[in-house]
Write a protein that binds this ligand. Structure first.
Ligand code: HEC
Ligand code: HEC
Ligand code: HEC
Ligand code: HEC
Length: 156
């Protein structure tokens, strides 16, 4: 049937595309690159974040508690305390990806490889909403810590 061959051509094209760009993630998809990749063009934000944001050290508490946690529990911590855990180019482990061990620029602005390579503002999330925070600052955390962040706090 015709649709079968159309499907096969599509699948083959996708496979080639993804194979060719395997080093950069799924075709045109941006990957996580870490804060250092932002510093050269955004020195002010980088300095403010590094000096004042607790996120700049968010792996510390996880490291301290790591010994008493199961691998599953530890993976749970990384989902919020590290950058891009389980996503293309994101954090995999403290030894393999130390530059992504803290919650960096990209936890709020999204993966930045395409933007960092081009400087194109359309390739990065610039307008943020509280929904961008709630994946980590969820209801349980807000209750546990009695703290709900304001949109413009805790960044730079
Ligand atoms: C090669 C230089 C360059 C690098 C590297 C770079 N940027 Fe940018 N960025 C720009 C330019 C140019 C703009 C547009 C002008 C401006 O707003 O300063 C911009 C704008 C932005 C904006 C605002 C976008 C908007 O919609 O207004 C954000 C957020 C941002 N960058 C984050 C990042 C992050 C995070 C990284 C690291 C992953 C990064 N940038 C790396 C050059 C760069
Ligand atoms: C990937 C998960 C994640 C996302 C997304 C996230 N945060 Fe956080 N945030 C954390 C973690 C983890 C900490 C605790 C860091 C520590 O103390 O170890 C934190 C701490 C904070 C703090 C308190 C410490 C400080 O630096 O002042 C504020 C404020 C904050 N976040 C604001 C925000 C806002 C606003 C957003 C959305 C624009 C946001 N966060 C998105 C993980 C996240
Ligand atoms: C759903 C996201 C999420 C998960 C999962 C998570 N954390 Fe957090 N953690 C946060 C946020 C957000 C904060 C900041 C609390 C606040 O002030 O709102 C935080 C704060 C902390 C703090 C206090 C830091 C300080 O300096 O005050 C410690 C310690 C901590 N987390 C350890 C862990 C450990 C260990 C794990 C895994 C067992 C873990 N967290 C899992 C989001 C998370
Ligand atoms: C906790 C979330 C968070 C983190 C982490 C974060 N930002 Fe932002 N960033 C914001 C928010 C909120 C805005 C304002 C967005 C808006 O106006 O809607 C912003 C705006 C920006 C802008 C646009 C110019 C400006 O200052 O308004 C740039 C550039 C930028 N961030 C770069 C960075 C870089 C580089 C890092 C890491 C060093 C970083 N951000 C880390 C939340 C964050």
């Amino acid at each position: 049937m015709a649709w079968r061959s159309v499907f096969r051509v599509l699948a083959a094209t996708l496979a080639v595309c993804c194979f060719r760009f395997a080093g950069e993630g799924r075709c045109d998809e941006a990957r996580y690159v870490g804060n250092a990749a932002c510093a050269g063009c955004h020195a002010a934000e980088y300095d403010a974040y590094s000096k004042h944001s607790k996120k700049a050290h968010s792996s510390r508490s996880v490291r301290l508690m790591a010994k008493s946690l199961t691998p599953e529990e530890l993976a749970g911590c990384f989902a919020c305390h590290a950058t891009g855990y389980g996503r293309p180019g994101g954090f995999t482990s403290l030894s393999a990806t130390p530059e992504l061990a803290d919650a960096g620029c990209e936890v709020c602005h999204g993966p930045g490889s395409v933007h960092a390579a081009t400087g194109d503002p359309a390739a990065i999330k610039g307008k943020l909403s509280v929904a961008d925070c709630q994946g980590c600052h969820n209801a349980t955390r807000v209750r546990a810590f009695g703290f709900k962040p304001l949109l413009r706090a805790g960044a730079h």
